[in-house]
Design a protein around this ligand. Sequence first.
Ligand code: KFV
Length: 206
Amino acid sequence: MSPASYRAAPSRVGLTILPRRATNPQTRGLAHAPQLAFTPLAMRHCPRMRTKLGPMDNSDIFICIDHVGYAVLNLDDAIEFHTKKLGWRLLHRETNEEQGVEEAMLGTSEQLPQSAQVQLLAPLNDSSTIAKWIANNGGKGGIQQVCYRVADIDKASEQLRSAGVRLLYTEPKIGTGGSRIQFAHPKDTGGILLEIVEPVAGGHHA
Ligand code: KFV
């Protein structure tokens, strides 16, 4: 079953029965791959499922996973791998001098407003946090951060601080596409560098 036919044929109850040896990219290769999976299309077309799952306790603040950030050695090579070999789509590219990165955002073909993106981060210079991360990782790239999208970064920052989570900046800084970003220290998040982002109004990459 190709990813396209997988998405094109949701069952009416919001479940897709996968073949015994799942070829769905979401589950392929996982020893514990479930034989039933919710499909994004089914989720959109099945209001009952959304109701059943219910809202998060803080859904007024946290919206979705915005992106996963990969530290990469060479941005052009990483873009080529993701677009040519994996078939992702290049949505955006920029240099952020303050953060010391050259970065690219990649998305799926539909890239719905709440679809997560992949962010490729290459060091701009030797003092970049990405250069340090790569050096500490034995000279290899890897997952450097996960980023949650928030509706109001000031409110989200306040909530995290009041929960005892240390944030790196006193005030949010400028991130991808003019967004406002903040980071929670990995020591307070179970070892994950957690970014939060408030995009510019209507400014998710599509
Ligand atoms: N994930 C998990 N743990 C990490 C980590 C990471 N990415 N980076 C560092 N650590 C751990 C590390 O393993 C070590 O743990 C400790 O933090 C201090 O590491 O148990 P250990 O060994 O003590 P250091 O000394 O290597 O790092 P440090 O100099 O303290 O810097 C860490 C940190 C998180 C403060 C720094 O990486 C930082 O300021 N990050 C936030 C900014 C950033 O990552 N910018 C690049 C992305 S720009 C971006 O995402 C944009 C523009 N955007 O819009 O999305």
